[in-house]
Write a protein that binds this ligand. Structure first.
Ligand SMILES: C[S@@+](CC[C@H](N)C(=O)[O-])C[C@H]1O[C@@H](n2cnc3c(N)ncnc32)[C@H](O)[C@@H]1O
Length: 255
């Protein structure tokens, strides 16, 4: 029942391939995103949740496997990885300190000349007015319910440097903005069970973050020599979901 922008459509899969040149690489993936499981020559996917691995990973083969592990302490040697990908992982780990720890872990495991691509969920520099988001949705101007869910979340995030929102806060903001789900369903054509997928947020203890792309670039520059954004296509909300492309970890100063 999930769709774009949360589930990566084919143009996103192509963007990873195009921007990182993955065809001959062994890829490390943070998460078990099934749509990305066919990328590269081979893949090791890392996720801390055995339920997620059992639930959405398409299954291990000779060339592709999923392992339980922590993105902050990845189960691979330092300077051993050619290419690393992740879909939305900077959003699901918390605030600025967590993002810094994740960039640090990626820089540590990448070889010199290695590259990483992480699709962002980035809020605009100027926060949307919740009333405008509501009017846009009720006028049929939002592509999918999940596009709306992210727009709603982005109206309610904390300020910098963290840009966080507890997942329960996304549901609360949605209920404030759209108290009448039947009206939303009637105006948009979205089925009530699709709208109801947001109710899984009710008992969550997870904190998401939606930092602006410029802040994420600044944060990443501490760890990588070459940091840029690439478009991931034209699906709904794609302009807020660019690929953050990271190359060449900065030389580690030791001793
Ligand atoms: C909401 S899901 C993300 C959805 C994902 N983009 C997909 O395609 O399904 C978040 C995932 O990140 C994993 N995760 C979050 N923090 C993690 C960490 N520090 N180490 C490993 N996995 C982590 C969770 O176990 C979960 O599978």
């Amino acid at each position: 029942m999930l769709g774009p922008p949360l589930r990566p459509p084919p143009e996103v899969v192509e963007a990873y391939d195009r921007e990182l040149g993955l065809a001959r690489s062994h890829i490390v993936m943070f998460g078990v995103t099934p749509e990305l499981a066919g990328l590269g020559a081979s893949m090791t996917a890392v996720d801390e949740s055995s339920d997620m691995i059992a639930g959405i990973w398409p299954g291990d083969t000779d060339l592709r496997k999923a392992v339980r592990g922590d993105w902050f302490d990845p189960p691979m040697p330092d300077a051993s990885v050619d290419a690393l990908i992740g879909d939305g992982c900077l959003t699901v780990i918390g605030g600025a300190d967590a993002r810094q720890a994740l960039f640090s872990a990626v820089a540590r495991v990448l070889k010199a000349g290695g590259r990483a691509g992480i699709r962002l969920y980035a809020c605009p520099e100027t926060r949307d007015d919740p009333r405008e988001v509501r009017d846009l949705a009720l006028a049929g101007g939002v592509s999918t319910f999940h596009d709306l869910k992210w727009r709603v979340a982005m109206t309610a995030i904390a300020g910098g440097p963290d840009y966080t929102i507890p997942v329960t806060g996304i549901l609360e903001q949605f209920d404030r903005m759209f108290p009448d789900r039947e009206e939303l369903s009637a105006r948009t054509g979205w089925e009530l069970p699709v709208i109801g997928t947001i109710d899984v947020y009710r008992n969550s203890s997870v904190v998401y973050s939606f930092a602006p792309a410029a802040s994420l670039i600044e944060e990443a520059r501490t760890f990588f020599d070459d940091v840029r954004l690439a478009s991931t296509g034209t699906y709904g909300l794609a302009e807020r979901c660019p690929l953050l492309v990271l190359r060449s970890p900065k030389a580690q100063i030791t001793g």
